[in-house]
Design a protein. Structure first.
Length: 231
């Protein structure tokens, strides 16, 4: 059993918490509004869940999920995450986050920004390219024929192995997209963003579909940089 710390308890964070509790893990949830605002979610999740501050969730987690708007990444506590595995679910939406020059010119990536903020943590990018309802609904036991796979990227092989094992517990196979710098391959608006797991992505009629490892690998290989999408 692993304790999962969550910095952020919105759509993705609460979904990861539900999957983790269902798999027998403990979760410590936090958000920007204070632990008392999470009482309903904690009550739903039961004895394996508790609410805390972000620093407390970071300290308590064996693995910590950062799932907040990108514009707030500098608020993630550094010291309690030293030496820990951190899963980054973030995406860059300029209309929400404001423009970030190094992301606009593609000289770095979202998860590399978080890694720079957490220089002694081991950041792994995951969960950012799947709709939260589909993340919950597509989870399957290991060995299921209709099991989906999630992409991960990271610079530490041991950290990626730990995250892959956790994803297996949560109901997903894993596709290793490579080092953290390759996380752009499944960022917003790329071929592997949403579409592996969704029919009608971005429409009112979208519905979940299995996105197996072969399909995810195929779409990762089709990825284009934003500058090349404009040509």
């Amino acid at each position: 059993m692993t304790t999962i710390g969550l910095i952020g308890a919105g759509h993705i964070g609460s979904t990861v918490a539900r999957l983790a509790v269902a798999a027998g893990h403990d979760v410590v949830l936090s958000n920007s509004r204070g632990p008392e605002t999470l009482s309903d979610l904690v009550a739903e999740l039961g004895d394996h869940a508790r609410a805390a501050t972000a620093a407390e969730a970071a300290a308590a987690g064996d693995v910590v999920v950062v799932t907040i708007p990108l514009k707030s990444y500098r608020e993630v506590p550094v010291e309690p995450l030293r030496g820990k595995i951190v899963i980054d679910t973030n995406n860059y939406y300029p209309q929400r986050d404001g423009h970030v020059a190094e992301l606009d010119d593609e000289s770095t990536t979202v998860s590399e920004l978080l890694q720079a903020h957490l220089p002694e943590s081991h950041v792994v990018k995951a969960f950012n390219n799947i709709y939260f309802e589909h993340l919950l609904g597509l989870a399957r036991p290991s060995g299921s024929e209709d099991r989906s796979a999630l992409a991960i990227a990271g610079d530490d092989e041991g950290a990626k192995k730990t995250v892959a094992d956790l994803l297996d517990d949560l109901g997903y196979d894993t596709v290793d997209a490579g080092p953290l710098a390759e996380g752009w391959r499944y960022q917003r608006d790329t071929a592997a963003y949403g579409t592996p797991y969704t029919e009608g992505w971005g429409t009112a009629d979208m519905k979940a579909r299995t996105g197996d490892a072969d399909r995810v690998r195929e779409l990762l290989g089709q990825a284009k940089r934003y500058r090349d999408m404009q040509d």
